[in-house]
Design a protein around this ligand. Structure first.
Ligand code: OAD
Length: 222
């Protein structure tokens, strides 16, 4: 079994999603905050936004949906969790192996020497933060137009291709290449089950679209 999660799984933990009512991309323009160009133009502005998001996420705890995915990992001999989320709530819930397609908001990377390190300081004492080498640090996330972490998409495709059941939870399924895992799994023969509060770009193509909150439906699936 493989699972692909998106921002919707953390919605019941109080973390805003990107699209839809109250979504971050309703109030902010992604090209001003989530691209390498935006960061080169104004690192302080980008870091202030990430600092604000880190503060919001730091107050949140995993919900029943995250916890149900830990139980699935324990019960299923072959289980892969693939997430588009950068919030770290799957780690906090206790999943062992997580393919974080879009990186991790709790890591930083040096734009100069390439060092990559964990950092959970909230709020950040200095914005923008710097590396020990003096270089400017950036959030350890994937921005629009950037490639996914080395080899991770291959690993995710391998899991999606081998799965009998591919569970898609709380994603609008419009951001690529992550969304391509859904047809990939289907063509490889998986039964695709979607859990979402609303119909999405892929609802009509899946084997079973369950409509409702992940925190309620995932524990029921167990
Ligand atoms: P979106 O904000 O695009 O979609 C969130 C989905 O969750 C929507 O389809 C909602 O209907 C659904 N949803 C909301 N509450 C839910 C709940 N309680 N239970 C189940 N579903 C719920 O978020 P993503 O699809 O994750 O990229 O967005 C993909 C990427 O776009 C993100 O990883 C981020 C963003 O720009 C990067 O940061 C690179």
């Amino acid at each position: 079994m493989a699972v692909l999660t998106g921002a919707g799984i953390s919605a019941e933990s109080g973390i805003p999603t990107f699209r839809g009512a109250g979504g971050l991309w309703k109030e902010h323009k992604p090209e001003e905050l989530a691209t390498a160009e935006a960061f080169a133009r104004d690192p302080r502005l980008v870091w202030e936004w990430y600092n604000w998001r880190r503060e919001a996420i730091a107050k949140a705890a995993p919900n029943a949906g995250h916890r149900a995915l830990v139980q699935l990992e324990i019960r299923k001999p072959r289980f892969t969790l693939i997430t588009q989320n950068v919030d770290g709530l799957h780690d906090l819930a206790g999943n062992g192996k997580i393919l974080k397609l879009h990186g991790d908001i709790w890591r930083m990377r040096c734009t100069s020497c390439g060092a990559n390190w964990p950092n959970r300081r909230v709020p950040l004492p200095k914005i923008p933060p710097h590396c020990a080498c003096g270089g400017l640090a950036r959030p350890g996330v994937v921005w629009f137009g950037e490639p996914l972490p080395d080899g991770m998409m291959k690993e995710a495709e391998h899991a999606a291709g081998a799965a009998q059941v591919f569970l898609v939870v709380g994603t609008s399924a419009v951001v690529y290449p992550a969304a391509s895992l859904i047809p990939y799994a289907r063509h490889a023969g998986a039964k695709v089950v979607e859990i979402n509060t609303e119909p999405t770009a892929v609802s009509a193509t899946v084997d079973c679209a369950l409509q409702g909150p992940a925190g309620e439906l995932l524990p029921k699936l167990l």
